[in-house]
Write a protein that binds this ligand. Structure first.
Ligand SMILES: NC(=O)c1ccc[n+]([C@@H]2O[C@H](COP(=O)([O-])OP(=O)(O)OC[C@H]3O[C@@H](n4cnc5c(N)ncnc54)[C@H](O)[C@@H]3O)[C@@H](O)[C@H]2O)c1
Length: 255
């Protein structure tokens, strides 16, 4: 997979999966601009420090981004042990705000990859709600909708990953038809990163034990990087609007 000449922006680059995606992207020839609220401890071609939960902070840094972005990988995220308002802001509203703010910098053939999760797999159960949230056109409008239709703390992580899958599908059509930009999401199963313990707390031992019996092991972060970068490559030029599981087959056992 050759990514030479491509400029790729990766959020959540200072830890876990985002960091491994950045390493592999540079190895494959891309120029990588990292984004995170924390400083990055790896080699990058540029770094922009932003709190992605804050739309004003995002707006204030947009001028620092490259004028041409061939791929945007939205890997920043917080677990459901965080306050539900923060989960909404980082995992959905801020991600959407950053993406919409950068689209004018993306040429034909560009690619956007959003990090959902295997835990967003029940999106069809709530698809009508997710479509209404997706129809809101700004961070503030999304927040207002969420205050009218509050999300429970216990399932907020799943809810916003579901919502992200639905937004990705809905938004991808116009992006591909009108601008030749592809947008997809990926749905990892458990991955060995610093937030894996939060998922155990969030889901409870019973669910974790049940899942553990159905899979070989959690993924290593570099096992997620390859499929994500495939979606950014020209080889994936006809792949748009999908939610790609990267879970060692775990989702398949729920059939
Ligand atoms: N680890 C897993 O088991 C797993 C499974 C499925 C999906 N995911 C998703 O994959 C993505 C990456 O997760 P990870 O496991 O690498 O987690 P991680 O905690 O290792 O990395 C997340 C990164 O996002 C950054 N971030 C968080 N809030 C931010 C904010 N407000 N502004 C800017 N940056 C912020 C963090 O600083 C961190 O560098 C997330 O979206 C997560 O929900 C993870």
């Amino acid at each position: 997979m050759n990514l030479s000449g491509k400029t790729i922006v990766i959020t959540g680059v200072s830890s876990g999966i985002g960091g491994e995606v950045a390493r592999l992207a540079r190895f494959r020839g891309a120029s990588v601009i990292g984004v995170d609220r924390n400083d990055a401890m790896l080699s990058l071609d540029g770094f922009i420090k932003i709190d992605l939960s804050n739309p004003t902070a995002i707006d204030a840094t947009i001028s620092k981004f490259p004028t041409r972005i061939d791929a945007l990988i939205n890997a920043a995220g917080v677990p459901g042990t965080a306050d539900k308002d923060l989960v909404a802001r980082v995992n959905y509203l801020g991600l959407r705000h950053l993406t919409e703010s950068l689209i004018d910098r993306m040429p034909k053939g560009a690619s956007i990859v959003n990090f959902a999760s295997i835990l967003g797999g029940e999106w069809p159960k709530r698809v009508e709600q997710h479509k209404k949230l997706a129809a809101t056109t700004s961070f503030a409008e999304g927040q207002a909708w969420l205050s009218d239709f509050p999300v429970p703390q216990e399932t907020c992580y799943q809810y916003f990953k579901e919502a992200l899958i639905v937004w990705t599908m809905m938004r991808s059509n116009a992006l591909f038809m009108k601008r030749d930009i592809r947008m997809n999401s990926v749905a990892p199963g458990p991955v060995f990163t610093p937030i894996l313990g939060d998922f155990v707390t969030m889901l409870g031992q019973e669910r974790v034990q049940a899942d553990a019996g159905k899979m070989k092991r959690p993924a290593l972060a570099d096992e997620i990087a390859g499929p994500v970068l495939f979606l950014c490559s020209d080889d994936a030029r006809w792949v748009s609007g999908i939610n790609l599981p990267i879970d060692g087959g775990l989702a398949a056992v729920y059939v």
